[in-house]
Design a protein around this ligand. Structure first.
Ligand SMILES: [Ca+2]
Length: 242
């Protein structure tokens, strides 16, 4: 009898401490946050941002790009960002001539954890001040790309700000989901992006363990003909969960 009582007490202690540590673990997850460094470009430069852009001239085929922080491009504060692309296919290459700009930040969380679905709100503002798409071009697009990872795979959600060309609309795959924003292809004025991006991800897969890897702004312009494709976008006020 004594042994049984001792065993019950021991089991209760083990269950209690297990429950306590799991509970603590889940509680900690609610404080997982992410944020952008220099999200409003107020340092006056691209500090904190990783930029990829192709060189401006390719064998005589014109490709011009400019990614610059300046006062004229601001929505709030002192500075904003200008992302400009102009490309033409003067040489008539079969695949056309294109320009891709990627501007992003790594927001990797250190471990795979159960999700807190309401805890990852992302917001920013954009304004498209030029949108000239070569009518013979295969595509031109501007989107915000959010990359998630589970223990199994990488998933990408592309929030479409503007898109045009032969492949419109782009289609989903098992790992890439396109979300057309209410403001997609609206070319006037500043627009607000404000979404719970974890909730959007959860609609894509029912896997519960995942982490946010990176957020990237992507601007791609394609020209199939001698006509110029030209895109100019202003960006400001990137904010993550508080
Ligand atoms: Ca700013």
């Amino acid at each position: 009898m004594k042994v049984l009582i001792l065993a019950v007490i021991f089991m209760s202690l083990v269950s209690f401490s297990l429950f306590y540590s799991i509970n603590n673990f889940l509680k900690e997850e609610k404080h997982v946050t992410f944020n952008f460094e220099n999200g409003g470009f107020e340092t006056g430069d691209l500090k904190g941002w990783r930029l990829f852009q192709q060189s401006n001239l390719t064998g005589g085929n014109p490709r011009y790009t400019c990614v610059a922080v300046g006062e004229k491009y601001r929505r709030s504060g002192k500075y904003g960002l200008r992302v400009w692309t102009k490309v033409s296919n003067l040489y008539g290459w079969d695949l056309g001539h294109y320009s891709i700009i990627r501007l992003g930040q790594d927001l990797g969380e250190p471990t795979f954890n159960p999700s807190n679905l309401s805890g990852r709100n992302l917001s920013f503002h954009w304004k498209i001040s030029k949108w000239i798409v070569d009518k013979g071009g295969s595509y031109s697009h501007v989107w915000l790309e959010v990359t998630w990872q589970t223990t199994q795979e990488t998933y990408i959600i592309r929030y479409v700000m503007a898109t045009g060309g032969k492949t419109y609309p782009p289609s989903n795959t098992s790992n890439i989901r396109f979300i057309f924003l209410p403001q997609t292809n609206k070319l006037e004025g500043w627009h607000l992006f404000n979404r719970d991006i974890a909730s959007d991800f959860n609609e894509m897969t029912n896997l519960k363990n995942f982490k946010l890897v990176k957020v990237e702004y992507v601007q791609a312009a394609m020209s199939k003909t001698r006509e110029y494709s030209e895109i100019e976008v202003f960006l400001d006020d990137f904010k993550g969960s508080p």
